[in-house]
Write a protein that binds this ligand. Structure first.
Ligand code: ZN
Length: 257
C-alpha cells in the first residue's frame, strides 16, 4: 500500500478568536473545519498548524514531513516570519504542494512564489457566485458539473495580478458583474501550487460540498512526485570525452572593436 499523503492545514486563526460571527461558523477555526473533511479521505493523513505556535507552526521538522500545505490567512499576513515564508517557498521548489485559499492571495509564501503583487478587486455584498469549470478534464474538477454556485460570497474580481497560470480550472462570475480567475494552477520548481478563491470567513464556504470536493481534489493533485533538494553542482567530469580545441583565433576577436 502506498504511503498516505501528509497534509498540513495552516491558518492564521485570528478572525475566529476576535469576531463572534466568524466563531459561530468556525468554532474551532477554519483550519479545523478543513482538516475535518480532508481527514475523512483515506488517502490523507492530516495535521493543523497556526500562526501563534512556535515558528508559526511550521518548523523545519513539520515542513519536511508535509507533502501538501493548505494555507488560509487574511489580517495577519505580516506577522508570519520571513524565515518561515522562505522555508515554505523552498519546500515547494523541492516538490511540496501548496493550496492557497481566498485571502491568502496576499500571503507571504504565495507572493514569493508568484513574484507579482497578487492584487485584485474585492467587495463584500453577499453576492451570488457562479464558478464555471473551464477545464472539465483537469483532476481538480473531477466530479463537478459544468458549474456550481455559492449563494453568497465575497467578490474577488479582475484584474488579479498573477503570472499567467499554467492552467486555469475555474472562472467565477459574480452577481455584481465582475469575473475572476478563481482556480489557478502553477508549477514552481518541482512543486505544484493551486489558488482557490472561495472562503471569506463570514460564510460557511468550507462546509459546502463542491468546495470540499475541489480542495480534496487539489490536495491529491498537488501531492509531490519528487522531493529534490536544491543543488548546483560543478559537473567537472564529462560523460563523453571532449575534443581538445585550439581557441586562440576565437579568443583573438576580443577587443578588436
Ligand atoms: Zn475575505
Amino acid at each position: 500500500m502506498q504511503d498516505k499523503i501528509n497534509v498540513t492545514v495552516w491558518n492564521e486563526f485570528v478572525h475566529e478568536k476576535k469576531d463572534e460571527a466568524v466563531r459561530k461558523i468556525y468554532p474551532n477555526g477554519i483550519h479545523t473545519a478543513i482538516a475535518d473533511f480532508l481527514g475523512k479521505d483515506g488517502r490523507f493523513s492530516v495535521r493543523t498548524a497556526t500562526l501563534d505556535q512556535e515558528e508559526n507552526g511550521l518548523p523545519e521538522s513539520i515542513l519536511e514531513k508535509t507533502d501538501v500545505l493548505v494555507w488560509w490567512g487574511h489580517m495577519a499576513h505580516e506577522k508570519l516570519a520571513d524565515e518561515v515564508a522562505l522555508r515554505v517557498k523552498r519546500r515547494v521548489l523541492e516538490g511540496m504542494g501548496l493550496i492557497v485559499l481566498h485571502s491568502a492571495h496576499f500571503s507571504k509564501p504565495f507572493k514569493l512564489l508568484m513574484g507579482t503583487n497578487c492584487s485584485l478587486k474585492w467587495r463584500e455584498a453577499d453576492e451570488k457566485a457562479r464558478l464555471w469549470v473551464i477545464e472539465p478534464g483537469h483532476p481538480i474538477a473531477a466530479g463537478l458539473g459544468e458549474y456550481f454556485e455559492l449563494p453568497g460570497e465575497e467578490m474577488y474580481g479582475e484584474r488579479f495580478d498573477i503570472p499567467q497560470p499554467d492552467t486555469t480550472v475555474f472562472i467565477t462570475w459574480f452577481e455584481g458583474g465582475n469575473v475572476f480567475r478563481s482556480g489557478c494552477c502553477w508549477d514552481r520548481g518541482n512543486g505544484r501550487v493551486f489558488y482557490f478563491q472561495p472562503g471569506h470567513e463570514t460564510y460557511p464556504t468550507y462546509y459546502e460540498p463542491n468546495v470540499r470536493k475541489v480542495i480534496t481534489n487539489a490536495v491529491a493533485w498537488a501531492a509531490p512526485r519528487v522531493n529534490i533538494k536544491d543543488d548546483c553542482p560543478n559537473a567537472k567530469v564529462p560523460l563523453e570525452p571532449i575534443q581538445k580545441r585550439d581557441l586562440s583565433a576565437y579568443r583573438a576577436i576580443a577587443n578588436k572593436g
